[in-house]
Ligand binder design. Structure first.
Ligand code: CIR
Length: 256
């Protein structure tokens, strides 16, 4: 069960962050409103939401997930692969130190973004991407092994429209994964039941299991219907402004 989440609202210069999406500039007021609704949904799932100050020094800093990997057995601070985001980790370390007296950290030349790490029970999928390199992935795999978790690498470079592994993959509990078609054939998923995300609804793959609910992006009825048919209680949230900055539901919080 998650009991807490760390979030950081978008700063007024949020639109200056990195993006590959060709969806236009985000509207700041709407992004703030969507972020508030996101926090309310986490509270509805029973979490205490710890809100950090906005940080205009880092326009992408609302995407807190990329700065740490939180597991029930230990916490690992990341080494974000985008140089403009490297400085985001320091304030997250401070925020987490209240809850975790000791933390490990990925060291350069390793790079690793939290968005590339998908926890599926005792197993972790580690995406090798434009942000997470093999050195970073190997460091994380060793740390996870020391916590008695298994892991496997998944190279996602070259999959169109996928910034991070979790842009196309999410764990739904009960050995079930939501996955886009471009990844569905991977042998690493052999032991899991796959919930295929409909073509054209790929953005919806970045959903988040929070205790007994699943947060999903609104506007993807095919995928949400599939989840409901499987017995998931979904909460649909507008994510349009974060999508314009390549962000999804999982990136907006660190849950623990
Ligand atoms: C970036 O390019 O780093 C941000 N604009 C978006 C990060 C999204 N994070 C995530 O998917 N975990």
């Amino acid at each position: 069960m998650f009991t807490k989440a760390i979030v950081r609202p978008p700063a007024p210069n949020f639109s200056k962050g990195l993006t590959t999406a060709d969806l236009g500039a985000p509207n700041y007021e709407r992004a703030r409103a969507q972020h508030e609704a996101y926090c309310a949904a986490l509270e509805h799932c029973g979490l205490i939401v710890v809100g950090l100050e906005t940080d205009p020094a880092y326009p992408d800093s609302t995407f807190v997930e990329d700065t740490a990997v939180l597991t029930p057995r230990g916490v690992i601070l990341t080494q974000p692969g985008a140089p403009s985001r490297a400085g985001e980790v320091a304030s997250i370390r401070d925020a987490l130190s209240e809850f975790y007296p000791s933390m490990s950290a990925i060291e350069r030349p390793g790079t690793l973004d939290g968005g590339d790490i998908c926890a599926a029970g005792e197993h972790f999928f580690i995406g090798i991407s434009e942000r997470t390199n093999e050195a970073g992935g190997r460091q994380l795999a060793e740390m996870l092994a020391s916590f008695n978790y298994t892991s496997s690498f998944m190279d996602i470079r070259g999959i169109d429209g996928i910034l991070h592994l979790k842009s196309g993959l999410a764990y739904l509990g009960d050995r079930r994964l939501a996955v886009i078609d471009a990844m569905a054939g991977r042998k690493e998923f052999a032991d899991f039941d796959l919930v295929r995300v409909n073509v054209g609804e790929e953005y919806a793959a970045n959903c988040v299991l929070v205790n007994d609910r699943v947060l999903v992006a609104s506007g993807y009825p095919g995928f949400e219907t599939k989840l409901r048919e499987l017995g998931c209680q979904t909460i649909a949230l507008d994510m349009t402004e974060f999508q314009k900055m390549d962000g999804g539901l999982s990136c907006l919080s660190l849950r623990f």
